[in-house]
Write a protein that binds this ligand. Structure first.
Ligand SMILES: *Cc1c(COP(=O)(O)O)cnc(C)c1O
Length: 368
């Protein structure tokens, strides 16, 4: 791994392979793997991540929005792509790029059938989502008759899969709730499948579901955060490797006398002599203001340097009083030693939020 000379997000594609293979090792041989690459591949770069996973044998991809799917197609992704949260206004684009919609309520089902009929499509692959307790997106059990009546009237669409999403798969205190979601899903999907002349795939598990609920793997699983190296528990984190390392470099070192202040609004006031390093990364890059004023830290020469004062748009200042370092030296924001999960914890958030918030301004470097 090279030494950073500017702010970079280094992506270790070998670690991605390790994580993919680890998650796959939890599955039966015939269970498919859908790789979730929404939000720029959790900040890592959706096209590069998806291309690599396509080579490694991922069966399916998912994104949240249609434009994310378009970007994957333009980057040469040929595997099926499920759009988890399509908006009606973009459905023609979805079809133009052979993306597959999640249809989650009567309104979007109707709108999609209308557009599919106009376009004289036949058997276009769609995915029907049921709400089993997350109360976010999805048909309810009582909609089954409606879905069937709409499906019977048309041959424009074909249900490729029926799916649902777990609300608390990482939280074993909620095991009873989760098992109830799984039982509901089994029930609902059976009622629907019994009325169809073919058998759609079933899927329900995100990363924590893959790890905690093998009985809910069904025909396919939808792995996201685990691919990027986080497993939602200490035990699982040990088996996964964070793929992204966020590094930067010391732009300038200041000596701060007792009584001086550092940064905007003079939020930090020094009560003794200290040294600070200014780093070229700020809240516009995704290191939010909540990491300022002593909450977050970076690692320089293996030692923690707390962020002092307010986080600026393009810079942070860190306390390096006891660290032997120079301008031009590398600073690690997170990586394999200090994980994004650990940094996120300093502000009561989760790895998902920190890694997906990293701005596109940060250069991504892919290590083969
Ligand atoms: C984001 C998402 C996933 C992936 O979840 P992870 O916890 O990152 O594995 C799976 N399914 C749906 C519906 C999602 O929105």
């Amino acid at each position: 791994m090279s030494k950073a000379q500017e702010t970079v997000l280094e992506i270790d594609l070998k670690a991605l392979k390790h994580n993919f293979e680890y998650l796959k090792s939890k599955l039966d041989n015939n269970t498919k793997f859908l790789a979730v690459v929404k939000a720029f591949g959790y900040g890592s770069g959706a096209c590069e991540i998806a291309s690599h996973l396509q080579e490694l044998g991922a069966d399916y991809f998912a994104v949240a929005y249609i434009n994310e799917g378009v970007a994957l197609r333009e980057a040469g992704i040929t595997k099926p792509i499920l759009v988890l949260h399509p908006q009606a206004v973009n459905l023609k684009t979805l079809i133009a790029y052979s993306l597959e919609p999640n249809l989650y309520n009567p309104k979007i089902l109707k709108e999609f059938i209308n557009i599919a009929s106009e376009g004289k499509l036949s058997n276009y692959p769609v995915h029907i989502k049921f709400n089993t307790g997350l109360n976010r997106l999805g048909f309810c059990k009582n909609d089954i008759a409606y879905i069937l009546s709409e499906i019977e009237k048309t041959d424009t669409i074909k249900i490729t899969s029926i799916f649902s999403h777990l609300a608390a798969s990482e939280d074993l205190n909620e095991k009873e709730f989760t098992l109830n979601q799984i039982a509901n899903f089994n029930l609902i999907s059976k009622i629907l499948i019994d009325k169809l002349a073919y058998k759609p795939m079933l899927h329900m598990c995100n990363t924590s579901g893959i790890l905690n609920y093998p009985e809910a793997h069904f025909d396919m699983v939808r792995g996201g955060i685990g691919l990027y190296g986080y497993g939602n528990s200490e035990e699982e984190n040990k088996k996964l490797i964070p793929i992204a390392s966020l590094k930067t470099v010391i732009s300038q070192i200041h000596s701060i006398e007792k009584g001086e202040s550092v940064g905007y609004n003079r939020a930090f006031k020094s009560n003794s002599f200290l040294k600070t390093a200014t780093l070229p990364i700020g809240h516009a890059d995704g290191i939010g203001r909540q990491y300022g004023n002593g909450k977050g830290f970076v690692t320089i020469k293996g030692q923690q340097a707390p962020i002092i004062g307010n986080v600026c748009m393009d810079m942070i200042m860190v306390n390096i009083t006891n660290i032997d370092c120079s301008e031009g030296d590398e600073a690690i924001i997170f990586g394999k030693e200090i994980s994004a999960e650990q940094l996120a914890e300093t502000t009561n958030t989760i790895s998902y939020e920190l890694i997906t918030a990293l701005s596109q301004r940060i250069k991504r470097v892919f290590l083969k």
